[in-house]
Structures are given as C-alpha cells and as structure tokens.
Design a protein around this ligand. Structure first.
Ligand SMILES: Nc1nc2c(ncn2[C@@H]2O[C@H](COP(=O)(O)OP(=O)(O)OP(=O)(O)O)[C@@H](O)[C@H]2O)c(=O)[nH]1
Length: 375
C-alpha cells in the first residue's frame, strides 16, 4: 500500500535506536536505509556537542533527516523532540512532506532512553499519531564490556531494549562473557549479531505491549531518575552543564569538545593531532569523530572515528554533502579533557598556533611542551 501525502497512515511506528558512544548506530542505520522496506523513513539524529557531524554521515535524502544537536535528547533537547514530531505531523497534513511510514530516533551514545519513551508514550497529541515500535540497543563487542562496567547509561540502554544487537564481532569474536552480562541486564530481548540484523529483525516486530511498557517506563523513571517535568533534567545526580557553545557540552563528568578549522589541513597534521590527543588524554577519551577538509583531496572529506583508544580505519566520502561548505570539524567526548591544551594542540597542527603556545614542530619534538605552560 502506498501511503498518501497529506495523510498519516495510522499511528506511525517509532523506533528508538540507541547504544553507547561509537557502538555503530549510524553505520547500521546507513545499511538499513538502503533497504526498500525502509523507504519513507524519517531519521531524527541527536548528537551530544555543539558541532553535529552525524547529519553528514547518515546517508538519507535531505528532507528525511532531522538533526537535534548540542544537547542530549534524554534531557536538554527532549522538548525539541516533541516539537519535531509534532512538526512532522503538521508537514504531512499540510502536504509539505510526503508519506511517512516510520520514524527512527538515533539517540546520542550517552542517552538514557527512558525519558524519551516517557515523552513518546505520555504526550496526549503524539500518541494519536505515533506508536513506539521498540528500542533497539547496539552493544560493541570491542568496548561494550568496559562501557557496561563503567557507565550507568550503557546499562540502562541494555535494560530497556526490545532488541539487542552485537556489533564489531568481526574485531572481537569472543563474546561469551559479554553475552552473559547482557542476559543478566536484560533476559527478554532477543540478541542478534549485526550481520544478521535486517529491517525484519529490528522493526515492526510488535514486541512492545503499550500497557506493560507504560508500567515499565514509570518504574524505570521512579527507580533512578526522579523526572519532574518535560523540560527538567531527568537525573538529579548528573550535574549536567546545560550551557552550550565554546565550552563544550557536558553529561555528568563527561564533556564534549568541538574544534573547527576553515582552511584545508594535511592528513599528516590531522593524524599528528590525533596521536597527541590519544597519548595525552587516551585514558579519559570515550569517543572522537572528525570530518577533515584535506589538502590532498579537498573535494572528498576524510572521516575519522575513534572509540576509546581504538582508531577505526579512516574513510573518504565521495563528496561533500549537498549544502555543506567544506571545513574540518573534530568532536571529542570524554572525561578529563583539558580544553585549553587540546585547543592549543589543534591550533598547532592546523598551522595556526596560538600566541605563546608551541607550534607543530615544537610539539613533534617534545609532545609535553604544552605542560610548560602550566596546564
Ligand atoms: N569493524 C567494524 N567496525 C564497525 C562496526 N560497526 C561500526 N563500526 C565502526 O565504528 C565506528 C563508529 O561507528 P558509528 O556508526 O559512527 O557509531 P555510532 O554509534 O553512530 O557513534 P556515536 O553516534 O558517536 O555514538 C566507525 O568507524 C564504524 O565504521 C562493525 O560491526 N565492525
């Protein structure tokens, strides 16, 4: 059946796609979106940090992506999510947007999905147009055990999953201990390896019973979050820094730092910067991603991904996405990231050293030379 523009075909199924930082959400989404079964899917991408990169990396048509940046969907931009869904309804009903068959919300890697579910299931207008289809949680075989051990958000993502997807088993085939931990946190969600996860395994499985789920969500919220109203931060202990801009964004002690540069840089300089960041801050670094405007191939952005200290192979996009002016953007997420030192390092490798800070040559000779500034 082809859905008609101007009419929502019954409640539109909404999938919440979550998983800790770098677990492979965008990668899986890109593969799934190529499947004709997922045409007319709207993807809502939420990123933690002032500079969003995922909208460049999700391969979908422009009008099929909505970006919610500079805040985490489970707290600071939750009102934006409600507005975005309400706006989708309005755009379909007024004919400004064609049919919508499905919505996928890709959360930040630090999101607690529970408040998102509460918004979806408790909003009097949204429930008339949208129905929760399920929570799909990705767990990275390489770093999932560490994330589950250290981060309550990672455990919560697993606990409220309707489907668990194990990624990066090609890099770490030994998964018995991790599977055991996942079963301990969530005994009911089927667990599939990412290679076996097609749209049929993840979407439209009818796993969510609204009545039971509403009770679950209320219990989860009551247990750990103490939510007060739609705009309130859900975690009384999180200490979220709700300010934005140059000082990065914070989620508890975790903060996000964004760096941009408007002149092409060499691949060697981008890699040299990363090497020094990993050497200096690797212990606290949870995630880095970058889109680099390079001297070598200015028309083809270089994409870099790191998860903890593991650097994934770099890739080149075919071209800059429509409407995107070339520029370099790095996003670093972690604990104990010293913003001044990192900005000085970046400026040196971008060949625009800050006054009184060592230049690239000095840093390559002596990577600790920034310490002499007293940081
Ligand atoms: N080898 C391998 N690499 C993977 C797999 N899934 C994802 N990756 C790589 O892991 C890195 C991070 O993947 P993303 O899809 O960006 O992860 P994400 O969960 O969207 O990241 P955040 O939005 O930052 O939380 C990229 O370099 C991917 O190519 C996998 O199954 N195997």
């Amino acid at each position: 059946m082809t859905a008609q523009p101007g009419v929502l075909p019954g409640p539109v199924p909404v999938t919440v796609l979550t998983g800790f930082l770098g677990s492979g959400k965008t990668t899986l989404l890109n593969r799934l979106l190529r499947d004709p079964a997922l045409r007319d899917t709207v993807v809502i991408v939420n990123e933690f940090g002032a500079v969003g990169l995922d909208h460049l990396l999700v391969e979908s048509s422009g009008e099929g992506i909505v970006e919610l940046s500079d805040g985490c969907i489970c707290c600071t931009v939750r009102g934006d999510l409600v507005d975005t869904l309400a706006d989708l309804v309005d755009r379909v009903q007024t004919g400004r947007l064609g049919a919508i068959r499905r919505v996928v919300i890709e959360t930040t890697g630090l999101a607690d999905p529970t408040p998102i579910l509460a918004s979806l299931m408790g909003h009097p207008v949204l429930v008339q147009h949208f129905a929760l289809d399920g929570v799909v949680t990705l767990v990275d075989a390489l770093s999932g055990a560490a994330s589950l051990a250290e981060r309550p958000e990672a455990r919560r993502q697993v606990a409220c999953a309707d489907r668990l997807v194990l990624t990066k088993t090609d890099l770490e085939p030994e998964t018995a201990a991790l599977r055991h931990s996942l079963r301990h946190l969530n005994a009911r969600a089927p667990l599939v390896a990412v290679g076996d996860a097609g749209p049929g395994e993840l979407f439209g499985c009818g796993l969510v019973d609204p009545a039971t789920r509403r009770a679950d969500v209320a219990r989860w919220l009551g247990e750990e979050t103490g939510i007060r109203n739609a705009d309130a931060c859900h975690d009384p202990h999180c200490g979220h820094d709700h300010s934005h801009g140059d000082h990065g964004s914070a989620h508890g002690a975790i903060r996000s730092l964004s760096l941009t540069h408007d002149v092409p840089m060499t691949e060697a300089d981008a890699e040299g910067f990363l090497d020094l960041v990993l050497t200096r801050f690797g212990a606290g670094l949870l995630r880095l991603k970058a889109v680099v405007w390079t001297v070598e191939m200015p028309g083809r952005p270089l994409v870099l991904h790191g998860v903890r200290t593991y650097l994934h192979p770099s890739v080149r996009l075919v071209t800059w996405p429509d409407g995107e002016a070339p520029r370099t953007a790095f996003v670093l997420i972690g604990e104990g990231l010293d913003e001044r030192v990192i900005r000085d390092l970046f400026a040196a490798f971008a060949r625009a050293p800050r006054i009184d800070a060592p230049d690239r040559a000095a840093l390559v000779d002596n990577p600790l030379s920034l310490s002499s500034r007293g940081f």
